[in-house]
Design a binder for this molecule. Sequence first.
Ligand SMILES: NC(=O)c1ccc[n+]([C@@H]2O[C@H](COP(=O)([O-])OP(=O)(O)OC[C@H]3O[C@@H](n4cnc5c(N)ncnc54)[C@H](O)[C@@H]3O)[C@@H](O)[C@H]2O)c1
Length: 278
Amino acid sequence: MSDHHAPGADFSLAGRVAVISGGAGLLGPRHAEAIAAAGGIPIIADLRVDEARRVADDLTSRFGVAAMAAQLDVTDERSVETLLATVLQRFGRVDILVNNAANNPKVEGDAAGFTRLEQFPLAQWNADIAVGLTGAFLCAKHFGAAMARGGGGSIVNISSEYGVIAPDQRLYHTEGLPPEAQPVKPVSYTPVKAGLHGLTLYLATYWASSGVRANTITVGGVQNGQPSEFVARAAARVPMGRMGQPHEFQGALVYLCSSASSFVTGANLVVDGGKCAW
Ligand SMILES: NC(=O)c1ccc[n+]([C@@H]2O[C@H](COP(=O)([O-])OP(=O)(O)OC[C@H]3O[C@@H](n4cnc5c(N)ncnc54)[C@H](O)[C@@H]3O)[C@@H](O)[C@H]2O)c1
């Protein structure tokens, strides 16, 4: 292999086609924005296609890229196959997959108590695994295989600090509720997010010789209109003393999608203000 290259790291995503699952939620549009700003073509794929369309239209007008919206149910293999066929027909290639879709229940402020392990419904467990883990597998299976056939690409799995450390359930403590009704982050969340990095390790080695890299971004808690008392409690558990902002994962994403990370595969890039270091 030659070591001749242009000086400096290459963070450009010019012309690269990037599928972002769950692209219409809180963080998905920020992932898509980062890709568009680096010159890539984001495909915002979500169950909620109207919302995905709004994101794609906004990015097209702001960045002049051919952003596309698509309806996708990551739990349905035919839906994944249909999207791949559409993308290949329209762009002739796929370079990047961001496995971002997940059930991300907003526990804070919810006094329903259904999240507690003793009551947690099997159907909810199955649904959470289906979206967060099976969905990532199905997208990797089809989009990753297309990348391998096409000479390479980058898969980024969006995990959580709760895939590295357990949720501190004291964060969700609600005054006035008995212990058996205290809301908790559901038991499905940590297995899904830890499993996602397991998928990263598997994919990284499986396709290493095909030029498909796979990495994880471990996302720390993001501030998003939670009650101020919750934000203060969450911030106190972060060495940097605050929650993350939705745009603070963009640098990690562009790095892992671009040639700047050409020798990085199987890694877990933790972006959490130091929380997992404590
Ligand atoms: N927000 C945070 O604080 C935080 C922290 C750590 C990790 N994360 C992770 O970041 C990712 C994005 O989180 P978010 O806060 O933007 O969540 P979100 O709930 O706002 O967005 C998730 C999106 O996924 C879509 N979706 C759900 N099921 C789907 C399916 N079957 N097929 C296709 N799309 C589907 C939803 O419609 C939604 O638009 C998730 O993987 C989440 O676990 C978020």
